[in-house]
Design a protein. Structure first.
Length: 169
């Protein structure tokens, strides 16, 4: 079989990755699955002119549990010289989503996840933190596998956050 070379920008690859993950959850699980604009938790009458928009890639909801997923498609997951770190900007972004969503949806249990496409340059599989009483996961999804293995990884996310939900075929 001959490899096909495609000239696709990194931005378009990110969009494709995000859409793939979101549509997988929407198609295979009975969860509310959407892209969602998250409102800032600010005082009434606040001028929003200079506040950036918060647009979550994927919001999964079931009952009073919410998982906000921000997909990331980069050449390298970890930054820094020794050992590497998750991007502070990425972590601050998911924390802003989670904290502001929680503030605007009282009673909801809100968690966040950075879901990176696995790269060949990083030897990183993921980690979990409890930050401000919110579960924050950083995971990778290896797209260089059979679809059944990729599906199993995505299914595990649902199971970890929402329990045993029956998967649609």
């Amino acid at each position: 079989m001959r490899a096909i070379s495609l000239d696709i920008s990194d931005d378009r690859l990110h969009d494709l990755y995000e859409a793939f993950v979101r549509e997988y959850f929407a198609r295979h699980f009975n969860l509310t699955t959407r892209t969602r604009r998250i409102r800032w938790d600010v005082d009434a009458g606040t001028d929003y002119t200079f506040l950036p928009a918060m647009q979550a890639d994927i919001v999964l909801e079931k009952g009073n549990s919410t998982l906000i997923i921000d997909t990331k498609y980069y050449g390298s997951i970890l930054s820094g010289r020794i050992g590497g770190k998750i991007s502070s900007g990425h972590l601050y972004q998911i924390l802003a989503y989670v904290k502001n969503y929680q503030a605007n949806n009282c009673g909801a249990k809100v968690s966040g996840m950075l879901l990176y496409a696995k790269t060949m340059t990083d030897d990183f599989n993921g980690t979990t933190w409890d930050i401000g009483h919110h579960r924050i996961d950083v995971r990778t999804l290896n797209l260089d596998q059979k679809f059944s293995v990729i599906a199993g990884s995505l299914d595990m996310i649902v199971k970890d956050y929402f329990g045993n939900i029956t998967r649609r075929s």
